[in-house]
Write a protein that binds this ligand. Structure first.
Ligand SMILES: C[S@@+](CC[C@H](N)C(=O)[O-])C[C@H]1O[C@@H](n2cnc3c(N)ncnc32)[C@H](O)[C@@H]1O
Length: 401
């Protein structure tokens, strides 16, 4: 008999968010495990530890960041104008009016709905994409998983916001958990949500959250993993695989805001960290965040470089520099031949490769195996329940010749 789905959602046939929602969670995990096992079947050896996927105990409301567009429609039934908010229908720019979501943080979702309800009173017009008119394009709400701090970002088409003070006062009085509100101005006709100009309307303009014992500063545009519960699982798994003893120089390549490297250099739960961290990331704003995060946590043995990871590694190799442990967490496309070649020539004792796309990870692992490494541990982690995405961490060491 076919197993009944565990969860149901009234819009799951229209929304592109949870393509596996009808698959019972245990089966989702089994499918992800099988996918990773198949990809790595020819890359492991008898000594490789292939560990069972780490899933969530309660795979619900895990997204700490909720973004919603706003759109005005004429409701024929009530003959009145109405504002919709929610998510885009799969592959379109139609907004599905939704008041709940199984994967979004419930507090953040409630704030989005309050914004929608308050808009008419404060003469805030939703953005009209076709005519490039109106004011409020999107709202983004980020919730600090451990700190409970909440940031609301109102993305507007123009800068002038005459009712800002009164609107923010009304919003915060309904949701006292909000700790900061920011206006982000995006005047371009584009699918990109955020613009470049920002001003604080309330509070400090950022939130703090703790992850694996360190405190991180998150602004409206910073990259921060959306599933905080599983990020702690992922990071502690990856860092333990590095087997740090307090003496190593570690590199965090594709480091974003420095989260993995900073947790590694400090050590998890009182376990030894590393002696020195070098983080490499191409985005200058993320590097600035990483440096702030180091300062903010009193970490002075970390250095962050804004550069292309491949070019930086090549330069390190040419100068005969080396590191003991290399953490790498590239985007979905995986790493580059340039980076992998240079990584092999600086020859770290251990490479811990974290990936949101095991297909490109397996391709890169094949190169590393052909150049003297082997896979010690293979560990899939479920960061995105109810979707077909799976994260995977592998730890590799130089094979004995
Ligand atoms: C999957 S994210 C990992 C971020 C971080 N490790 C974390 O867990 O928050 C990948 C990062 O690689 C950066 N990136 C992409 N291509 C790069 C390149 N060629 N050189 C350096 N960084 C790059 C992106 O800007 C992004 O911050």
């Amino acid at each position: 008999m076919k197993k009944k789905p565990t969860y149901s959602c009234p819009i799951d046939n229209r929304c592109g968010g949870c393509s596996w929602l009808r698959v019972p969670y245990g089966q989702q995990l089994a499918r992800k495990q099988q996918h990773v096992d198949e990809l790595f079947a020819d890359l492991i050896d008898d000594g490789t530890q292939c560990l069972p996927i780490l899933g969530m105990k309660v795979p619900l409301h895990y997204r700490n960041k909720v973004v919603s567009p706003f759109v005005g429609i004429y409701d024929k039934r009530t003959r009145r104008r109405r504002i919709l908010c929610g998510m885009y229908e799969r592959g379109t720019h139609w907004v599905i009016d939704s008041s709940e979501c199984l994967i979004e943080n419930a507090q953040a979702k409630a704030i989005i709905l309050t914004i929608r309800d308050l808009m008419p009173k404060f003469r805030i017009e939703p953005y009209d994409e076709d005519r490039d008119e109106g004011f409020l394009r999107h709202a983004q709400v980020r919730v600090g998983h451990n700190s409970g701090e909440v940031m609301v970002t109102l993305v507007t088409r123009t800068e002038q916001f005459p009712t800002a003070k009164k609107f923010v006062r009304a919003l915060v009085s309904r949701h006292p958990e909000i700790t900061t509100v920011v206006q982000n101005v995006n005047s371009r006709k584009t699918n990109v949500i955020m613009g470049d100009k920002e001003r604080k309307l309330y509070g400090p303009g950022f939130i703090l959250d703790t992850l694996c014992g360190l405190s991180f500063r998150i602004s409206s545009t910073s990259f921060y993993q959306v599933n905080s519960t599983q990020t702690e699982v992922l990071y502690s798994t990856a860092i333990r695989m590095a087997k740090l003893t307090g003496t190593e120089t570690v590199m965090d390549a594709y480091c974003g805001t420095g989260t993995i490297g900073l947790v590694a250099v400090r050590g998890i739960n009182g376990e030894p960290g590393a002696a020195k961290l070098i983080g490499v990331e191409e985005r200058a704003d993320a590097v600035a965040d990483a440096r702030n995060n180091a300062r903010h946590n009193g970490i002075d043995n970390a250095e962050f470089v804004a550069a292309d990871a491949g070019a930086y590694m090549r330069e390190q190799a040419e100068q005969g520099r080396s590191v003991d442990v290399l953490f790498m967490d590239p985007p979905r496309a995986g790493s580059t031949p340039d980076f992998l070649k240079a990584a092999c020539s600086i020859s770290p004792k251990r490479i811990v490769y974290i990936s949101c796309n095991p297909t490109t990870q397996a391709r890169d692992a094949k190169y590393l195996i052909e150049h003297g490494y082997r896979i010690d541990v293979l560990q899939p982690v479920d960061m995105f329940p109810h979707t077909d995405h799976v994260e995977c961490v592998i730890s590799m060491s130089r094979s004995a010749l």
